[in-house]
Design a protein. Sequence first.
Length: 725
Amino acid sequence: MAETRSTCPYCGVGCGVIIDSDGAQITGVRGDPQHPANFGRLCSKGSTLHLTAAAPVTLRQRLLHPLRRAERGQAPQRVGWNEALSEATDRFEDVIRRHGRDAVGFYLSGQLLTEDYYVFNKLAKGLIGTNNVDTNSRLCMSSAVAGYKATLGADAPPACYEDLAHARTLFIAGSNMAWAHPILMRRVEDAKRANPALRLIVVDPRRTETAALADLHLALLPGTDVALFHGLLHLMLWEGLTDNAYIAAHTQGFDALRERVREFTPRETARITGLREQDVVTAARWFAGLDGAPGAPRAPTLSLYCQGLNQSRNGTAKNAALVNLHLATGQIGQAGAGPFSLTGQPNAMGGREVGGLANLLSAHRDMANPEHRAEVARLWGVDDVPSRAGKTAVEMFEAAADGEIKALWIACTNPAQSLPDQATVRRALQQAEFVVVQEAFRDTATAAFADLLLPAASWGEKEGTVTNSERRISRVRAAVAAPGEARSDFAIATEFAQRLEGRLRPGKPPLFAYASPQAAWLEHRESTRGRDLDITGLSWDVLETAGPQQWPMPQGATQGRARLYEDGVFPTADGRARFADLAYEPVAEPRDGRFPFSLNTGRLRDQWHGMSRTGVLGRLFGHVPEPAVELHPQELARLNVAEGDLLHVTSRRGSILLPVAANEGVPLTQAFIPMHWGSEFVCGRSSRGEPLAGVNALTSPAFCPISKQPELKHAAVKLLKAELP
Ligand code: SF4
């Protein structure tokens, strides 16, 4: 029996786990009592990791060998790794030579480890010379990134989990953390027990399990968060609750924002958001923290936020408007205070750190900045890094559907289920000349479109690092060997890169001579020197002996930094934070007479993404056994349907058939559908009649013009009772 310390692969809390194994099989999993994210606790998903890992490979539908499809529509045939990677190299080289570098695209995942991401990013931008490398983190955190950069100057969450214990008010916006980040919610409950005066404000259209615990639930109309945040600032100004000394000493741009929020009176804010004026007033006073005894110091407010702000065509403005509130009240850079975005996926942060998105470069450098491009080219040993904008997630598949992108490499993600507007995504996968899918699982919706399927190792089978929501870097370790011929994502990416560089830059010094993931990590570490996320004081030995560490941890530091901006100096040219003067924009597709319901999508407590892991365990279906469209009971009566009746749910892009469930937490004129179920359970058609599956048959491809994150949280739909024969 062996014990292996690793990290849970399900969400951005980044809980430490101890894996028990008998050398061949994972036999158990426990929370790591020494890991500072969870101190030994695990949620329903984390605590069953060993059961999902130990389920028979046939049940888990593991991909065990490389498979090649000679012709579209035919069953794929087993091939060896050499043949598979030769084919991939030939086809990518051919497309690049015939159509140019931007005719290929890489679509990655927040499931990949930092080292995997690093190699893919360097392969696309450094070797091939295209910025067409993006990731499903675009669906998750890109608005948070853009919001931080617009205000604080860098993509760096300033707070830490420990701040939960110091806050007086928690402002939870667009996050059902009781289900999506359960162990963090346990820490909120701990904080409430230790400090009964702790107040929870929850901003969410639905009365979720998180909202049910709130002292003040602001059930705003979908997409109106910016109006609410501007309205709160208006109130703070009116009542003299802003921290004018902090604004004067540490920020710039407040005058323009003051003008912007002038129109957001309590009455106007209430009109736009659908909230009661008094609740807006109460929220502003609690947030500002000056409602205690006369002369008492300002009580700290910590904001926790996630997809409800991010997955929006107004996503950057939502994030920035919330950070504005922290700057205006000086609620940042001190214990218990600050804006704190919660990361959805386990390594969306690590992907951002290495610049694994179409608009970023290594170590938080900007692709649009010529000095940054030159620095990265020097670090990588290439002539240059391209300046042309790369395609982001939705754009990449739209470009493939239009024939602009000819070859796609999809690693560790399932865009044929998870991207919005599935009709376009599926046209893209059919239209592309060559599609590689690098996956642990055989039967994903995307695998059905692959010309080449490359079997990847999964959790418990690979080595590297991940970074969680509080900037903490943890090791991921292999406890057992991958099944069949599956290889680590790092090994697959590196060997493909080595083969392709033999074609594209023969005779030049090798770019990918990595003997191990640690070698790539050391290169990444060097790229952070002098940057806001400097980790030149960290090593894998330190991670081994001192445990997970938060960045930054520059050379000479003995531990990572828990909290940022305590000195009031921000990573901008003049050291001042910026107030972002961004407008409130309503949802892209308001409900109307034809499509009278607002559709919201989201997670369930016990399922993960497209259920490729959690779907093999019966016990995880005990909580919610099947997909449904959730409506307020009054809407069931109005539609003349009973629970379990089937409804056609139709948007402008497609239609799906689902049973209906009553939920008093879903407001009138709104509908909620969980994101997890795909083709097996939720079938439907596009508006052109093509077969489609899952809730993303309905969702809108509209995205935030700054972050390019799509508006998965809102689409206008209509509901019609299905007439059974
Ligand atoms: Fe895993 Fe997230 Fe649950 Fe922690 S909270 S055990 S990281 S799923």
